[in-house]
Design a protein around this ligand. Structure first.
Ligand SMILES: Cc1cc2nc3c(=O)[nH]c(=O)nc-3n(C[C@H](O)[C@H](O)[C@H](O)COP(=O)(O)OP(=O)(O)OC[C@H]3O[C@@H](n4cnc5c(N)ncnc54)[C@H](O)[C@@H]3O)c2cc1C
Length: 400
């Protein structure tokens, strides 16, 4: 990695010579030249008005950040249905684009998915780029990465957002590598620095002990994956107007490293915690895996899903699909019941936006009580069976 100068773009203005703290740049014959004193600190890169300076080895020429405009969402769909995070991101993209005075656009990829475009427009999209191709019917890293990277290079968005789903976490780094830009993974907050048109990408760091805000000042687009469930789903406006632009997809069988022979659906029922209105979660306080039978009974009585803390997952009592928190799912149900969960910050990071929180814990000093709307201090093995009994007697599950 080293400082490089794109001599075609350099106008010899000399701004970099003043920006360099080491006196390592000089303008000669109308162009900037770098000398051995350069430490690759990058101070000049930020100051160059022409975007002619960059650190590293470019794969596709240097970037003029001002050439990039508009906020994009990779609108992930599965089997012809938009993922919930696609709606969430579209709502956020609309807000960011309004702040930037730009368009909020969606990229919809697949085969026979045109019908979803109107939903994205209702969520706030100005333009939906529709990339349909038989080779895009099922997600594959190589085809999706090529098609999306080509489109980004052609249209030059300044921001591209992906859901931090299995697909998004696989696709976004491939794109960032192909087009040589930065990527902030697993963001929980996005904002705009209006003076610099920078995307402020916030995510937990150092085990959740600090929130780091990351910027990508010298490369475009600015790319983030965003945790599902963190942003709110916008209220769809069916009267909104937007356009659908069909884009050409340049893919051939040669672009495929993987051939799909058959799609076999997983037989087990998948938990959809992010969409659940009611969640009953169990933690280490259950004491053993059998405790989750009682959690299931309470969830069933309330008509909800079963969640868990990481301690319960790490103990092998329940599958990771159920984990709520920083390294699990982010949820915001109407009702969250935490049973035998202390309320560590990493757990709270995934559930504190729940509308109503009930905590059952035998320790009155447990941190979960600080965010609970109702706290029950007691042994969960006494409290939960009684709750289930009362709820069943009241026929609660069907009424909530
Ligand atoms: C980088 C990182 C990421 C993490 N990500 C996550 C995450 O995504 N999700 C997550 O949950 N954690 C996460 N953690 C772990 C987190 O720090 C806690 O260790 C974990 O949440 C504790 O789980 P717990 O509350 O079930 O267990 P504990 O903290 O051990 O709490 C058990 C609670 O049960 C109560 N209890 C015990 N017996 C009974 C009883 N009979 N009746 C009633 N109450 C009882 C106790 O009073 C106690 O409060 C992460 C940690 C790190 C470092």
């Amino acid at each position: 990695m080293e400082l490089k100068i794109d001599l075609e773009k350099c106008t010899g203005c000399g701004t970099c010579t003043f920006a360099c703290p080491f006196g390592a740049i000089e303008v000669k014959d109308g162009k900037a030249h770098v000398f051995d004193l350069c430490t690759d600190c990058g101070a000049c890169v930020e100051q160059c008005p022409e975007g002619a300076l960059f650190i590293g080895v470019r794969v596709a020429g240097s970037v003029r950040v001002q050439d990039y405009r508009n906020v994009w969402v990779f609108a992930e769909q599965r089997d012809g249905t938009l993922t919930k995070v696609a709606h969430q991101l579209m709502g956020k993209a609309r807000q960011l684009a309004d702040t930037l005075g730009a368009q909020a656009n969606a990229v919809l990829m697949g085969q026979n998915v045109e019908g979803l475009a109107q939903d994205l427009i209702a969520d706030g999209a100005d333009v939906v780029y529709l990339a349909e191709h038989p080779l895009l019917e099922h997600y594959r890293t190589d085809t999706y990465a090529k098609a999306l990277a080509d489109l980004i290079q052609e249209k030059k968005p300044e921001v591209v957002l992906f859901g931090a789903t299995t697909v998004g976490r696989d696709l976004a780094p491939r794109i960032s590598q192909r087009i040589y830009t930065g990527l902030t993974a697993d963001c929980t907050g996005l904002d705009i620095d209006e003076s610099e048109r920078l995307l402020l990408q916030t995510r937990p760091a150092f085990g959740g002990n600090i929130m780091a805000t990351i910027i990508c000042p010298s490369h475009r687009p600015q790319m983030s994956t965003v945790r599902p469930g963190v942003m709110t789903v916008p209220v769809p406006d069916k009267s909104r107007q937007g356009s659908v632009e069909r884009v050409s997809v340049n893919l051939a069988d040669d672009d495929l490293n993987i051939k799909i022979l058959e799609v076999v659906r997983e037989a087990r029922r998948r938990v959809d915690l992010e969409a659940a209105k009611i969640i009953v979660s169990g933690g280490r306080g259950l004491g053993n895996p059998e405790g989750f039978k009682m959690i299931e009974q309470l969830a069933e009585a309330l008509g909800g899903e079963v969640g868990s803390s990481r301690a319960a997952v790490d103990s092998g009592w329940i599958d990771h699909d159920h984990q709520v928190g920083q390294t699990g799912k982010t949820v915001r149900p109407e009702l969250y019941v935490a049973c035998g969960i202390s309320g560590a910050i990493q757990h709270q990071a995934g559930m504190k936006e729940s509308k109503f929180i009930v905590a059952i814990n035998k320790d009155p000093g447990a941190p979960i009580f600080q965010i609970a709307d109702i706290g029950i201090v007691g042994d969960l093995y006494k409290v939960i069976p009684e709750l289930v009994k009362q709820l069943k007697a009241a026929g609660a599950g069907s009424k909530i």
